[in-house]
Design a protein around this ligand. Structure first.
Ligand code: HEM
Length: 176
């Protein structure tokens, strides 16, 4: 017997118009999140590799501006994704492509709050020191968040469109 974990009971299905509205919110939040990661990458790489101290200083000081927009996009993407999962036949843990996206979204959001947030404030502080004179800091790890996050979000987008791997707990024949 196949178990379908957290699939939407028939009574919980969203009406088509509601589903489309939530899907628009979901896609816009996911797109915004990717765009913000690209902005983060542009600022980080410019600040790190420019030869101009004033530009580097401004770039580092601007980084915390992206923190709350990234958190907001991640939370809206997560919340709308959960509503879409629960309110449609997709379920939350019924299909691998949804379950993996849920795990990615939770992991990325946790990394933003736990690792990126202190890193951005540290970089901004370094930017303020750079504004008044030469300074040094070990901020090499800052290159990873934009690369890792945007790569994971592109993977999530590909999963959303191709919907691979079938059902969680499904047979190999079903997955093929
Ligand atoms: C990790 C970041 C995420 C990105 C980049 C993302 C991206 C997308 C995109 C582009 C679509 C539209 C696919 C299409 O219509 O062909 C989609 C649909 C969907 N997503 Fe996400 N998503 C993410 C997170 C989540 C999460 C966390 C969940 C649920 C826990 C989720 C559940 C769904 C579901 C169920 C659909 C299909 C909606 C429908 O057609 O009714 N997504 N997602």
């Amino acid at each position: 017997m196949r178990t379908t974990v957290a699939a939407a009971p028939a009574g919980w299905r969203m009406r088509p118009r509601t589903r489309k509205g939530v899907l628009v919110v979901h896609i816009v939040a996911a797109g915004a999140w990717i765009g913000l990661d690209v902005m983060l990458g542009v600022l980080v790489f410019t600040a790190m590799f420019t030869g101009d101290r004033a530009t580097a200083s401004l770039g580092y000081q601007a980084l915390p501006l992206l923190l709350w927009p990234i958190i907001a996009a991640a939370v809206v993407c997560l919340a709308s994704g959960v509503v879409l999962g629960l309110g449609t036949h997709h379920g939350l843990l019924r299909y691998w492509w949804v379950a993996v996206k849920l795990a990615l979204n939770l992991l990325l959001t946790a990394l933003v709050v736990l690792l990126l947030r202190p890193g951005l404030y540290e970089a901004a502080e370094y930017g303020r020191r750079l504004a008044v004179g030469p300074a040094t800091a070990d901020l090499g790890d800052l290159v990873f968040p934009p690369i890792v996050s945007s790569t994971a979000l592109v993977v999530a987008t590909v999963l959303s469109v191709y919907k691979p791997w079938g059902q969680v707990g499904g047979s190999a024949a079903e997955r093929a």
